[in-house]
Design a protein around this ligand. Structure first.
Ligand code: ADP
Ligand code: MG
Length: 470
């Protein structure tokens, strides 16, 4: 591997200097992508020139556009064959990537992007493939299934993307990825994106990349908006300390990382017992329940999401005021990755870590890697100046009808702001899934909104509506 590029890369360069079509430039402007993010500035010139690329950067750094723009530039919309394929570790990440590519692809008419993930039946996917897709985004297992059955033809493929490659390795997808890469044409371009750089990535690169160039963006900690504080706790104070931090700092949205599932369950019990609106993400949830938890967290109707690294990895949550490390992880890269989720988009963010005396060595390693001295604080210094419970600003309403009923976000917004008489400012995020629609509304109108939506019609139909438990 050659040409390792180390940060700091000049950020804030415009997309104008890139060889992109005027329609794409206009679309980027419309999406308010005014400047490239650092990973985009570092990767796009290499990827648009056709080189294989290994890019390492944290979640939320804009990696999707860094591979989507090159693959869209190369795409021939008049050729009805799969020309690009993106492998993602989970269904949610595949959905996020599909949505982001759709937005970026608006510049061109009629680009078909198909998501091939587990959890839905094969047959409709096979039918969609027969109708022709230009881009497929999928999880390795499901893509494998299609290759084995012969329902996915990759002979016209010119770009293969491995997104969150480290996570796919963690999930044991090495062999599937190798099988899939073997079924792609040799003269393709391969783009690999990863948040960390474990040994397995080098193996992947040796096995199926051609002279890849490497771009690595170290976290920029100086001037970062993340305020990091370490609290020393005794082992048995740890979970209560989370509640103490929440009462003192009162963040609207907090992601609390635990090292084990059992710790997640214990912490959830304590927080809910003290009246916090908290939910957890774990592998035991059904996909639909998981989606609901994520929607409620992203639209600010729960205050705390308790999760393990595996459960929370890669999720793109925009406004996050605080991250709490209930335990310090032994791996400094994971620590940096965890806290990098807050303080994004120029907002300030808190990162709190609870450490027992035996964790202190871990903190020393982290501090060394980040090149800064840890800021130690004591729990005793925290008192809540405000004893009122921490209440999330929004409530999620669930409407039993979705894409299948041809419901669009505008229909729901229309129903709420029309006859029901609410204002645009009282309505938050609207998420439409296949069978269900979720809309966040400010807490004090929730009951009224449920009543009015249930009594009225959406898209000409009377639909069941209820407020989700939080
Ligand atoms: P990653 O894959 O690195 O986690 P994403 O590609 O999901 O990050 O991007 C994170 C968010 O930033 C998305 O909401 C995306 O729309 C937005 N974004 C990406 N690039 C830009 C840009 N150049 N300007 C403004 N917003 C951007
Ligand atoms: Mg991503």
């Amino acid at each position: 591997m050659n040409d390792t590029l180390q940060s700091p890369v000049p950020a804030g360069r415009s997309f104008n200097d890139l060889p992109l079509s005027p329609a794409m430039q206009a679309n980027l402007l419309q999406l308010e992508y005014l400047n490239m993010t650092p990973i985009q500035a570092a990767s796009l010139p290499i990827a648009l020139a056709g080189h294989d690329l290994i890019a390492q950067a944290k979640t939320g750094s804009g990696k999707t556009a860094a591979f989507a723009l090159p693959l869209l530039t190369r795409l021939n919309p008049r050729r009805f064959a799969v020309q690009a394929m993106v492998l993602c570790p989970t269904r949610e990440l595949a959905d996020q990537v599909t949505q982001e590519i759709r937005r970026l692809a608006r510049a061109e008419d009629n680009i078909k992007i198909l998501s091939l993930v587990g959890g839905s039946t094969m047959r409709p996917q096979m039918a969609s493939l027969e109708h022709g897709a230009h881009i497929v985004v999928g999880t390795p297992g499901r893509i494998m299934d299609h290759l084995v059955r012969g329902s996915l033809d990759l002979t016209a493929l010119n770009t293969l993307v491995l997104d969150e490659a480290d996570r796919m390795l963690d999930m044991g997808f090495f062999d599937d990825m190798a099988y899939i890469a073997d079924h792609c044409p040799l003269d393709r371009q391969t783009l690999l994106f990863s948040a960390t750089y474990p040994e397995g990535i080098k193996r992947l690169a040796r096995q199926f990349m051609r002279n890849p160039q490497e771009v690595k963006l170290k976290e920029l900690h100086e001037g970062s908006k993340i305020r990091q504080r370490f609290y020393e706790v005794k082992h048995d104070e740890r979970l209560q300390a989370v509640a103490t931090l929440l009462k003192h700092y009162r963040p609207i949205s907090t992601l609390a990382f635990c090292n084990t599932k059992q710790q997640c369950r214990d912490l959830l019990g304590i927080l809910r017992g003290q009246g916090f609106h908290a939910l957890t993400l774990n592998g035991d949830l059904e996909q639909r329940e998981r989606d609901q938890v994520l929607i409620q967290f992203a639209n600010r109707s729960i205050s705390v999401l308790v999760a393990t690294d595996v459960a929370a990895r890669g999720l793109d949550i925009a406004q996050l005021e605080a991250v709490i490390n209930v335990d310090v992880t032994p791996d400094p890269e994971i620590h940096i990755h965890r806290i990098g989720r807050t303080g994004r988009a120029d907002e300030d963010g808190w990162a709190f870590s609870l450490c027992s005396p035996s964790d202190k060595r871990r903190v020393a390693t982290i501090a060394q890697m980040m090149g800064s001295d840890p800021e130690w604080h004591t729990l005793g210094s925290l008192q809540s100046n405000d004893d009122s419970p921490l209440i999330p600003p929004m409530v999620t309403l669930q409407i039993l009808g979705g894409r299948r009923e041809k419901i669009r976000p505008g229909d729901v917004l229309g129903a709420l702001t029309g006859e029901a008489g609410f204002t645009r400012e009282q309505i938050g995020k609207i998420t439409v899934t296949d069978q269900t629609t979720y809309v966040a509304v400010v807490r004090n109108i929730a009951a009224d909104a449920v009543r009015k939506l249930s009594a009225g019609k959406i898209k000409g139909k009377t639909l069941k509506v209820r407020a989700l438990r939080d």
